[in-house]
Design a protein around this ligand. Sequence first.
Ligand SMILES: *Cc1c(COP(=O)(O)O)cnc(C)c1O
Length: 441
Amino acid sequence: MILDSLFFMLYFSTNKKAPIASLQEVVVKGLAPDRGLYMPEKTAQLPQSFFDEIGNSGLQEISKTVAAAFFGDDIPKEKLEAIVTGALNFEIPLRKVEEGIYALELFHGPTFAFKDVGARFMARMLSHFVREGQEEVNVLVATSGDTGSAVANGFLGVEGIKVFVLYPSGKVSDMQEAQFATLGQNITALEVDGTFDDCQALVKSAFMDEGLNVRLNLTSANSINVARFLPQSFYYFWAYAQLIRQGRAGKTVFSVPSGNLGNLTAGLFAKRMGLPVDRFIAANNRNDVFREYLQTGKYIPRASVQTVANAMDVGDPSNFARILDLYGHSHEAIVRDISSYRYRDEEIRAAINNVYLQSGYLLDPHGACAYLALKEGKKPDETGIFLATAHPAKFGKTVEASIGNPVQIPDALAAFMQHKKQSLPLPNDFDLFKKKLIERS
Ligand SMILES: *Cc1c(COP(=O)(O)O)cnc(C)c1O
């Protein structure tokens, strides 16, 4: 047991067929070799003194303490603190929407969506490990819009890392394309003549090509990566700190708009670390395999359908494996902590309009889904926080159609549109993709 504290934090795979791995290995590799997701072997407990002081602490200070609990044995203190302050250099305000209901606004980063937090943290952590002696790393992402922008901007200019964003030509909005296809530097945008599924298949084939992997050190930057999903636990503590400041500590419930379940899983880790939150609500759109699992105990993945909250259009959420593992595969234990509701597009649009009329607060479709679930699931004695994951202007078309008014676009978001598109066209062909990768890496 004494030895325990002398060693680094180790990570195991949810499939239990891969060797345990160091933080450096799990961050560079992403997925475990047995295709499982990496989990930390222990969840550090934060001391009572941390919670006694939390109401007087800021976002960065809180995040440094939580980060040290997970990564403190693996990265020198000063370096880890620099990663935290570099990644979380924007506000995450908690706003009261109505009595007992608060929005945690996660969309004040460079691409106006919550994935900025994880992407910026991961970029800095990966860069640290690359400089520790690893060769250059090449990150591949297939995107239908939002992941590409967060990852490309998070990794922009980061030393030792090149990023390739594959996206379906003509199938992302101009605003989304402008956010990842105009950047240059270490970011290459590949405009694929095909669908999002074709992009994903090209990326998958690249990961399966062993020679290419060895040559280019390929990795992915989606929420299967420990360095992207764990930092998302920081802001749950910060939300709680802000509640305390507002004199609202008591029974707390978080409502999380869910797709791949990375954000929710990070919240579950926060609870495991001692955050006094009572329970969670997973908000689903019509892609509700997780809600079905909670209701029936059976997990039946299926193809996703398109909705107005399209970042939640996931039919087989990758982080489900982590939730099962965290609760020892006990359905009973999982439903004690998590409930779920689902909403159709019409309900999401109506919520955007109703909340806007009643309180002047403008929701995006993802936040609106989480608001609805909180409204439906919250008990009168609970304080509810829903995660507002995107700026309403990012989904301006849906929001404008819902409220019948134009939505103001923040200058920094509009600024992306001023830059010149620099993407390279790519036929849907693996050999050509491979050639391009080798040329540009
Ligand atoms: C990615 C995303 C989600 C879903 O988050 P998961 O961690 O995949 O569950 C929700 N809202 C927005 C705006 C997103 O971009």
